[in-house]
Design a protein around this ligand. Structure first.
Ligand SMILES: Nc1nc2c(c(=O)[nH]1)N[C@H]1C(S)=C(S)[C@@H](COP(=O)(O)O)O[C@H]1N2
Ligand SMILES: [Mo]
Length: 384
């Protein structure tokens, strides 16, 4: 492409709906802070609301395909050099998206602007709005399923979830799913709104000699130190595979055992459009009441017995090989002894064979906790 022209177009919601057929995508919207509270049992507590594992929703989103909106606005296709059959096969991972797209598109970003004033700005000298950007090639990927959505679960999108229009960016942190969307822009730089420049970033000591978590958390209270750290980090985009146990919902619960089994339930999310297709569970004796989840994970016995959970039929609606939906699972787990104090451990694997990371580590804001979930201090009650 020779050069980017500065052209501006207006598009009413009515025209958007008329011009672009309704496209539906089942996708999980997950806040980057989901499962943050679990870190506190192994680490210096992270800053922010101590969210449990429920800052996540699986929704049938409906709207206009972002790819087709941009194409019809005259944006060249970064994937035009692929044949139609190849297009359907292109992997929507971050790396493949970049390497499969045309050179000219690789340094471009699609900005998503909201009509909502930002509540997080640290700059009183200007009025700032909530916004985000994603790589243009991700926005236009033929299998990325990005939408400008005005429906959820076949109903009109509600005001609180972003009506009249919101971005749906499957596989990406919730913060990029901009609500109350009022403009798009393509430019060579990333968006610099508060959620991009100062909020959704991983801040953590990098390497030895930088001190521990507590020291880092203390240093980060200093404005200049924090700004320099933020400047060096990339804004969060993709979320990796993860699973969570929802029954039992908390540590320390007494579980019913019927016919030698107890029912465990949860959800799992895949990665890069490859859904979680396997979930494995294990019951492990807990060395002591206050063994931290991560110590427990680090010292899992080698002969641990993993039981494969049953997967509820993944939600249909996918028009291609990819799925951005969560996977609900359950297992009637055999309980061999009710005597000890037990911990439950789960892990998932995606259809592409990607294994959930065992320990994803600490960061100041407790973002992107993808570690294997651990529910501790489980006891059992025999029912007849
Ligand atoms: N305009 C605007 N869009 C936004 C946000 C916001 O604060 N303002 N929050 C983001 C974050 S952090 C998340 S997790 C999701 C939450 O979407 P929901 O409110 O529909 O659950 O919206 C995203 N879009
Ligand atoms: Mo969020």
């Amino acid at each position: 492409m020779a050069s980017l022209k500065h052209v501006q177009q207006e598009l009413s919601l009515e025209a958007l709906k008329k011009k672009h057929e309704l496209t539906e995508v089942v996708a999980t919207l997950e806040c980057a802070g989901n499962r943050r509270s679990e870190l506190a049992a192994s680490h210096t507590p992270a800053e922010g609301i101590q969210w449990g594992n429920a800052v996540i929703a699986n929704v049938i989103w409906g709207g206009a395909s972002l790819r087709s909106v941009l194409l019809s606005a005259g944006v060249p296709d970064p994937f035009a050099h692929h044949s139609p059959t190849d297009l359907a096969r292109l992997e929507p991972s971050e790396q493949a998206t970049l390497s499969d797209s045309a050179d000219w598109a690789r340094s471009l970003h699609l900005h998503l602007f909201s009509a909502q004033e930002s509540t997080e700005s640290d700059d009183p000298s200007q009025k700032e709005y909530f916004a985000a950007s994603i790589p243009l090639s991700a926005a236009m990927h033929p299998n990325g399923s990005c939408l400008l959505a005005y429906q959820y679960n076949h109903q009109p999108l509600s005001q609180r979830h972003g009506a009249p229009l919101r971005a749906v960016v499957p596989g990406h942190v919730g913060a990029r799913w901009v609500k109350w969307l009022n403009a798009l822009k393509i430019s060579a730089g990333e968006n610099q709104s508060p959620p991009m420049r100062q909020d959704y970033k991983l801040l953590a000591p990098r390497g030895a000699g930088e001190g521990g978590e507590k020291e880092y958390a203390k240093k980060a209270k200093d404005y200049d130190f924090r700004m320099e750290e933020l400047r060096q980090q990339k804004p969060l985009q993709r979320l990796e595979a993860s699973c969570s146990i929802t029954q039992p919902a908390h540590d320390g619960q007494k579980l019913d055992v019927i016919n030698g089994r107890t029912t465990i339930k949860g959800y799992a999310v895949g990665q890069d459009g490859s859904p979680a297709t396997q979930v494995w569970l294990a019951l492990v004796p807990q060395p002591s009441q206050d063994t931290s989840p991560e110590d427990l994970l680090r010292s899992l016995p080698a002969d641990i017995e993993w039981h494969q959970a049953e997967i509820q039929q993944p939600q249909s609606g996918a028009s291609n090989n990819w799925s951005w939906a969560w996977t609900l699972w359950h297992l009637d787990l055999p309980v061999l002894s009710t005597k000890e104090n037990w911990a439950l451990v789960a892990r998932c694997v995606t259809a592409a064979g990607v294994e959930q990371e065992k320990i994803s580590g600490w960061n100041l804001r407790g973002f992107c906790n993808r570690s294997w979930p651990v529910v501790r201090n489980i006891t059992f009650e025999l029912s007849s």
